[in-house]
Design a protein around this ligand. Structure first.
Ligand code: COA
Length: 285
């Protein structure tokens, strides 16, 4: 089978959205879970944003002139991220996913490391990524629930691009590497929030839709909880996050009544450092 990998662009939006929708629905339902992409239109909204980002390399796999796979590779910040690797369920297990991953990873020469999140029930992806040099770093769970009220002494407000430098200094302190291109780009499409103590940003995030939080970083678990409480108040509904399960923060969320939706795994290749604060990964890392 002749597989060609090429760069994907805006003209591929519909076909990539269909692939993402079909691939995630197939694997989720085979394991008794619900796909994160409820409709093709939901997948299309995400694909449209990704295809429009300069920081994202988008790849398409073609067989006999037909697009049968796609991948998104975030290369804007020192740590790169892999997202939404998708192969048409009818042509899986024939080496297409591996070729897409290899094409993306060929771009990692200057990366401090590459990371991804995979659904823990997906043994196929776990084997594929491990064979490409990724290691499991943290078990996660997608959880949804209602944090309590914002505690006294903390203010939560929306952020704009002028806040990105301060947010990035926090991110570097907690996570070890800069991540500023991602929020700078995201604030064009999504609303960002920060928690402040004594006028200082101690936690920040941005919200993808409803209460679904991208990544969030905070000095302490208390600051993270205050931030999520502020997001909850702003969106007037539950918040959804990817929480590392081996943490007091995860237990605290479950104690507040959060429900677990699915197990996830954070995998990394290259540069890795344990968090020195409180961190909730996005769907990429
Ligand atoms: C994950 C996905 C992209 C892989 O694409 P694919 O084209 O089917 O994968 P490939 O044929 O290139 O890779 C096969 C590799 O998977 C691994 N693999 C498959 N099943 C495995 C198992 N049970 N145990 C261990 N490894 C396994 C092997 O490394 C295998 O490589 P090999 O055939 O050279 O030994 C595809 O299955 C998909 O679209 N799934 C649904 C969406 C999804 O889950 N995406 C990933 C999100 S993190």
């Amino acid at each position: 089978m002749d597989i060609t990998i090429r760069r994907a662009g805006p003209a591929d939006e519909a076909v990539c959205a269909r692939l993402v929708y079909d691939a995630f629905k197939d694997v989720s339902e085979r394991h008794g879970f619900t796909s994160g992409f409820a409709t093709v239109e939901v997948a299309r909204r995400v694909v449209r944003v990704f295809l429009g980002l300069d920081a994202m390399w988008s790849g398409a796999a073609e067989v006999d002139g037909r697009v049968v796979g796609s991948i998104f590779y975030d290369e804007g910040d020192p740590i790169h991220g892999v997202a939404l690797v998708s192969v048409d369920p009818g042509t899986q297990r024939r080496g297409i996913g591996r070729r897409l991953m290899e094409a993306a990873l060929a771009r990692a020469t200057n990366a401090a490391g590459v990371r991804l999140i995979q659904e823990a029930f997906n043994v196929h992806a776990l084997g594929l990524y491990t064979s490409l040099g990724f290691e499991v770093k943290a078990p996660l769970a997608r959880i949804v629930g209602h944090p309590g009220p914002v505690p006294p002494g903390v203010a939560v407000r929306t952020i704009c691009r002028e806040d990105v430098d301060e947010c990035d200094r926090l991110y570097v302190r907690v996570q070890g590497w800069s991540r500023r291109v991602d929020p700078r780009d995201a604030l064009g499409d999504f609303t960002g929030y920060a928690a402040l103590r004594d006028g200082r940003i101690v936690a920040c995030t941005y919200v993808l839709y409803a209460g679904v939080v991208a990544w969030a970083v905070a000095e302490t678990d208390d600051d993270m909880m205050a931030l999520l409480a502020g997001v909850r108040a702003a969106v007037r509904g539950p918040v959804g996050v990817n929480a590392p399960t081996g943490t007091a923060f995860f237990r605290r969320c479950l104690g507040l009544g959060f429900r677990v939706e699915k197990p996830l795994t954070l995998m990394a290749r290259g540069g890795w450092r344990e968090s020195r604060g409180s961190y909730l990964p996005s769907g990429i890392y």
